[in-house]
Ligand binder design. Structure first.
Ligand code: GLC
Length: 430
C-alpha cells in the first residue's frame, strides 16, 4: 500500500491499529530503514536542554519541584537574554566531540517556546531573547554538517489547559489543537528536520493527544523524519533514559554529563571522559545510539566541564571513531577489563583497564589474521590457542587515553564461546 492509498483509506474512515497507521503514514518498514540509515551509522548525538530554567540554574524541573507559580516563573522570560548565535559554539563542540546530530529543546515542560510562534506570546521572539533561538540552532547545526533534531515536551506547566485537559473535554480539544499547531509550525518553518523527540505525555494518553494524527501530520510535512516513542506510540526508536538498555528495536540511550539536563550550577557530579567513552562503546556494541546532554547557561555558554570532557572524548573519537560509527551487532562481550564493538570481521577490543605487556581474550572462536592499535596503526603481535588469544609485546602503560583500542582482524565474524572454555579447557587432578 502506498502512503497515498493509506491516506485515502484513513480519509474514508478505515480503522487501523496505531502501529500500522503510523508505520504506513511513515511509508512502511523499508521506508523506515531508509529514513533511519544515517541515524544508525551516527551512534553519537548531542542533546541540549536550554530554556528559562537556565536562568535559574537549578535544574529544568525547578518550576515544578519548587512549586513556583506561573506568574512568578514568567518573569524569567524577561531575564533570558542569551548572546547571539550561542548555538554555533554548541555545534562546533558537537562536531569536535564526534557527534553527528543534535537535539535541542524547542519547548520544555515549563511551556516556554524557544521559537517564533503565532500561538502564544510566551516565546523567544516576543520575550527576553527577542529572536528565534530555534532558527539560530538549526542554522548552526547545518553549518557544521550535523543533523537537526527537535525535542518537544507535550507536558506543559504553563498553558491553562495543560493539566485540566485530562478531565475537561473542551480543554483537551483546545490543548491538543495548540500542541498540534506548535508541532506543525516546527515542522513547517525550519526546512528539513531529521528527528522529532517528543517528551512526557502526562496527563493524556495516545488517544487523548491524538498521537496518530500528530505523527501523520509530521510525516506529511517531513517525509524523511524519524520520531521517538514518547507521544505514547511506538515511533521509530525507543528512548531508555539515564541507562543503557539494548532493545530488540532501534534505541537511543539519552544521558546527562552530570545529574541534570538543564543548567544546574551546583551539580558537580560530572562523568569522566572514560565513563563517557565506555558508555558510547556499550551503546555501539549493541547497535544503539548515545545522546549525551549539555545544559548551557542562560547566556548560551556551555559549562566548562562539559566543554573539557567533550573535547577530550572527541580527541579519542578522532583516533578511534572507526570502531564506533556504523558498527554491527557484536557477540563477544566477556572481559574483566575491556569492552567490544564489531564491524564486519573486525573485532575492536577496547581496553579500559590496561593489564600491561600482554592482553588476553578467552574463548575467541574466530582465527585472528592480524591485529593493530587503532589509534596509531602499530601492528600488535599475537599468539592464538584453542581457549584464548594473547596480544603480546605491548607497552607496560596504556598507549591511548582514556581507552586503548586493539583492532583484531578475524577470518570470519568474531565469536566468543565461554561455554567451550568452561567445558573443554583441560582440568587438573585433585
Ligand atoms: C525526563 C525529564 C526531562 C528531560 C528528559 C530527557 O523526561 O522530565 O526533564 O528533558 O527526561 O529525556
Amino acid at each position: 500500500m502506498t502512503r497515498r492509498d493509506y491516506l485515502q483509506l484513513v480519509a474514508a474512515g478505515a480503522a487501523a491499529t496505531a502501529t500500522t497507521r503510523t508505520l504506513i503514514a511513515a511509508g512502511g518498514d523499508a521506508d523506515r530503514e531508509k529514513r533511519m540509515k544515517w541515524w544508525h551509522e551516527a551512534r553519537f548525538g548531542m542533546f541540549i536542554h536550554w530554556g528559562l530554567y537556565s536562568v535559574l540554574g537549578r535544574h529544568e524541573w525547578a518550576m515544578e519541584n519548587e512549586g513556583i507559580p506561573v506568574a512568578e516563573y514568567e518573569q524569567l522570560a524577561k531575564r533570558f537574554k542569551p548572546r547571539p548565535n550561542a548555538a554555533r559554539d554548541w555545534a562546533r563542540l558537537a562536531k569536535a566531540a564526534g557527534q553527528k546530530y543534535m537535539v535541542m529543546t524547542t519547548k520544555h515542560h515549563e511551556g516556554f517556546c524557544n521559537f517564533d510562534t503565532k500561538l502564544t506570546n510566551y516565546n523567544a521572539v516576543k520575550q527576553g531573547p527577542g529572536r528565534d533561538l530555534v532558527r539560530e540552532y538549526v542554522e548552526a547545526a547545518r553549518a557544521e554538517g550535523l543533523r537537526v533534531g527537535f525535542y518537544y515536551s507535550l507536558m506543559d506547566w504553563h498553558h491553562p489547559d495543560g493539566a485540566r485537559c485530562a478531565t475537561d473535554e473542551a480543554a483537551r480539544r483546545r490543548f491538543v489543537e495548540y500542541t498540534h499547531g506548535l508541532i506543525r509550525e516546527l515542522m513547517t518553518n525550519y526546512g528539513k528536520i531529521d528527528v522529532l523527540w517528543y517528551d512526557v505525555a502526562w496527563p493524556l494518553d495516545a488517544k487523548g493527544w491524538e498521537s496518530e494524527r500528530m505523527n501523520e501530520m509530521v510525516f506529511q510535512l517531513q517525509p524523511e523524519i524519524i520520531v521517538n516513542n514518547r507521544n505514547k506510540l511506538e515511533g521509530d526508536f525507543a528512548t531508555p533514559e539515564q541507562r543503557i538498555q539494548a532493545e530488540k528495536r532501534a534505541w537511543e540511550s539519552c544521558m546527562t554529563m552530570n545529574d541534570s539536563w538543564g543548567y544546574q550550577r551546583a551539580d558537580d557530579d560530572w562523568k569522566t571522559p572514560k565513563t563517557i567513552v565506555r558508555n558510547l562503546i556499550t551503546c555501539s556494541r549493541d547497535t544503539g545510539n548515545y545522546l549525551l546532554n549539555i545544559g548551557p547557561k542562560a547566556d548560551g555558554s556551555v559549562p566548562e566541564e562539559s566543554v573539557r570532557d567533550l573535547t577530550s572524548v572527541g580527541k579519542w573519537m578522532g583516533r578511534n571513531g572507526k570502531s564506533i560509527y556504523e558498527t554491527e551487532v557484536c557477540q563477544p562481550r566477556r572481559s574483566n577489563f575491556a569492552g567490544f564493538t564489531r564491524k564486519g570481521n573486525t573485532l575492536y577490543m577496547h581496553v579500559y583497564f590496561w593489564p600491561g605487556e600482554t592482553v588476553a581474550l578467552g574463548g575467541l572462536q574466530s582465527k585472528v589474521k592480524s591485529a593493530h592499535l587503532l589509534a596509531t596503526g602499530a601492528p600488535v603481535k599475537f599468539e592464538q590457542e584453542k581457549f584464548r588469544v594473547r596480544f603480546t609485546g605491548l607497552p607496560a602503560a596504556a598507549p591511548d587515553d582514556p581507552v586503548t583500542t586493539i583492532a583484531i582482524e578475524c577470518d570470519g565474524e568474531p565469536k566468543q564461546d565461554m561455554d567451550m572454555v568452561r567445558k573443554e579447557r583441560p582440568r587438573g587432578s585433585v
